[in-house]
Design a protein around this ligand. Structure first.
Ligand SMILES: Nc1ncnc2c1ncn2[C@@H]1O[C@H](COP(=O)(O)OP(=O)(O)OP(=O)(O)O)[C@@H](O)[C@H]1O
Ligand SMILES: [Mg+2]
Length: 500
């Protein structure tokens, strides 16, 4: 839905309201009312950060709330924006993991689309979130709406900083804070190796030490990278992720360090990189092993001297960021092969954490995680009742060797919850029948005297096996494999299996 209203009109009226801040509640209520109206949204909410508790609370809503909403930072869409900044535009809440349906239950509202932006003060601290939403049957927010709400948010942030409310919020921020471990509510696992990891992460989080997370795919590297951030003093500043495997090598430098105007054809304006965007917060460098050699040198300088130059620039930029990196590769081996700088390797692994595979965590953790994911899928799919986990299904889960680790378990359980009727039976689990080995297990072990398969061969067999298990459904197979649908299509094409 294209809007015709001019955002500056809202802004002007906001300015006018600040001047007559007689009754704060009335002021905020009118503010949100005007924002929802200007955005042609069904509803608007202003959230503020409670720095003393690491939470976000609804301070004013376009339609009166029954109850005040409180969220942990990082929880739900608004909590996510409060923690990480950036614009989040969700056209369909039913397809969105970050959307927390509990809030709808609390307000009795059926949200279908949603747009949220942070409120940021002059020091760059996120102190609130502006959110507008449409109910079921309403429209979606478009690109231009994102810019519009950001413009409004900039003006609102400025206006709010002049109020006593803002001063109060900040006072709580300066007050000594309770050590926070709330993030670990979301992390399941009580096996000995996991307990050791929680301890190290909580200790490391109190410092600015660089952390290197190692582990197979799906072991929770990203989850724990966030845990480091959320448990650190940087929690109210951005957490910014750069995935080196998702970007061509030539673009990684630009992504991390930004560029100056005219640095290359098409660079029409200076653009800050992720290090600048994350100022005061944490940069999570995922798949560090894919970082090209020349960029490794530049990263080393950031680690040593906290400074760099933008691509095509000569001016030195100082940064205050904490770096957390992750890789599934053996970096020590890469150093020996001359593919990874030794000096960077030592600089980055100040705190090194090897996340255990799910196999190594034992059957109790598999059970805990399975029950957790059943509850999560029940919520996500708005099921009236949580399905019961049958003994046989539980045994099957415990017996499987989980090559895709926690992510594979999460997907397996979610698909069973969706398919089952009240009870998750073994037959609902997308796992090979007991006794038969799936392509995955067959390809993972190579008997000593068997001819050695090439990696490409193993990959092809694995992909085809998974596709088979997904009964030819490419979207499902791509999800299980944790690759994009386009990547899967490209690979299938290479194997001579064109479009469906
Ligand atoms: N201990 C845990 N408790 C609850 N959920 C977990 C746990 N570990 C991982 N998960 C969930 O499993 C999924 C995969 O985790 P994550 O993305 O952090 O893995 P990863 O190691 O980064 O994988 P990859 O190398 O494939 O990127 C996520 O949905 C995450 O929330
Ligand atoms: Mg990851």
């Amino acid at each position: 839905m294209a809007k015709t209203n001019d955002p500056s009109a809202v802004v002007l009226s906001v300015g006018g309201l600040v001047g007559q801040e007689v009754n704060l509640d009335e002021f905020l209520h009118q503010l949100v009312d005007r924002i929802a109206h200007a955005m042609q949204a069904d509803r608007g909410t202003l959230y503020l950060v409670d720095f003393s508790r690491g939470e976000l609370f609804s301070r004013a809503a376009h339609l009166p709330e029954l109850k005040q909403i409180r969220l942990k930072l990082g929880q739900g869409v608004a909590g996510h924006v409060a923690q990480q900044g950036g614009v989040v535009n969700i056209p369909a809440t039913k397809d969105e993991q970050r959307f927390n349906p509990d809030i709808d239950k609390l307000t009795g509202y059926r949200t279908s689309s949603l747009l949220a932006v942070p409120l940021v003060d002059a020091q760059g601290t996120i102190f609130g979130v502006l959110q507008v939403l449409n109910r079921l049957g309403g429209g979606i927010f478009e690109r231009e709406d994102e810019q519009r709400l950001q413009d409004i948010s900039a003006q609102v942030s400025q206006a709010l900083q002049a109020t006593s409310l803002y001063t109060e919020l900040l006072r709580a921020k300066e007050a000594p804070q309770q050590p926070v471990s709330y993030f670990f509510n979301k992390v399941i696992g009580e096996s000995a190796p996991m307990k050791a990891i929680y301890k190290t992460i909580q200790k490391a989080a109190q410092t600015d030490a660089t952390v290197l997370l190692r582990g197979e795919s799906g072991t929770g590297k990203e989850l724990f990278a966030r845990a480091v951030h959320v448990n650190s003093r940087r929690r109210t500043k951005p957490f910014v992720k750069v995935d080196c495997a998702a970007l061509p090598g030539s673009l990684i430098e630009n992504e991390l360090f930004g560029h100056e105007k005219g640095a290359f054809t098409g660079a029409e304006a200076r653009q800050p990189g992720k290090f600048e965007v994350a100022s005061g917060g944490t940069v999570f460098i995922d798949e560090l092993g894919e970082l090209p050699m020349p960029v490794q040198g530049k990263l080393l300088r950031v680690l040593q001297d906290r400074e760099f130059e933008r691509v095509g620039g000569t001016q030195t930029v100082q940064v205050d960021v904490r770096i957390v990196a992750a890789t599934h590769r053996d970096l020590a081996q890469m150093v020996r092969e001359g593919k990874f700088r030794e000096d960077l390797y030592y600089r980055i692994k100040v705190v090194e954490l090897g996340l255990p595979s799910l196999r190594a965590r034992g059957p109790e953790d598999v059970e805990r995680l399975a029950r957790h994911f059943i509850a999560q899928a029940t919520k996500r799919h708005h099921l009236a009742r949580e399905p019961h986990l049958s003994l046989e299904a539980l045994e099957r889960l415990k017996a499987w060797h989980w090559p895709g680790n926690v992510r594979e378990l999460e997907n397996c359980v979610e698909s069973a919850v969706v398919l089952c009727e009240g009870e998750v039976l073994a037959e609902h689990l997308p796992l090979p029948e007991a006794g038969k080995s799936l392509t995955t297990s067959a390809t993972l072990t190579t008997p000593k005297d068997a001819p050695v398969s090439t990696l490409a061969d193993v990959e092809r067999r694995h992909i085809l096996g998974v596709l088979d298990r997904a009964k030819g459904n490419r979207t499902q197979a791509a999800k299980w494999l944790d690759i994009g649908r386009n990547t899967l299509a490209r690979k299938l094409k290479e194997y001579g299996l064109g479009e469906e």
